[in-house]
Ligand binder design. Structure first.
Ligand code: SF4
Length: 153
């Protein structure tokens, strides 16, 4: 059975989001994969050593900066590399990542000004996974991901 890498905040079971809240995905497609035991969870920001809850951060070009002005690119990169390592270890079919996150965003991210503006772009982990050749969908693209999985199996 092919495995799927997922953002841990979508999977649930442990609180990992910066705001200490849950965003568990309840779409039946996702729940079905969970019940089958396909999902490999990753939270790159926790992997990078950041606490929960934590100050929110946004991408600014190649860097990631926190709302209080710290450069957290190192922590985000460490976490992204661990997610990539797990993707390779489990030979995943693809990843489902949480939209708009500076780590996991797939099509949209915040613009680095902390004013609520979103721009086309992806998180650091999504970028690394794609550069390594992995396909990445967001939680808003589960139908497409399901069709892709069926084409593989
Ligand atoms: S880094 Fe990714 S998995 Fe972790 S809380 Fe943020 S969106 Fe969810």
């Amino acid at each position: 059975m092919k495995k799927i890498l997922v953002s841990e905040c979508l999977h649930g079971g442990r609180i990992v989001r910066y705001d200490g809240k849950e965003k568990v995905e309840t779409n039946p497609i996702f729940v079905g994969w969970k019940e089958e035991g396909r999902l490999i969870t990753v939270c790159p920001e926790v992997f990078g050593g950041l606490p929960t809850p934590r100050v929110d951060s946004q991408r600014l070009g190649d860097k990631v900066v926190s709302r209080d002005g710290r450069d957290v690119t190192g922590e985000y990169t460490t976490g992204a590399l661990e997610a990539l390592r797990l993707a390779k270890e489990h030979d995943i079919a693809f990843a489902i990542m949480k939209e708009k996150s500076p780590s996991c965003g797939v099509k949209l991210i915040y613009d680095g000004t902390f004013s609520g503006n979103k721009v086309p772009g992806m998180g650091i982990t999504t970028q690394l996974l794609r550069e390594a050749g992995f396909k990445v969908f967001s939680e808003e693209e589960l139908e497409e991901a399901k069709a892709y999985l069926e084409s593989l199996e």
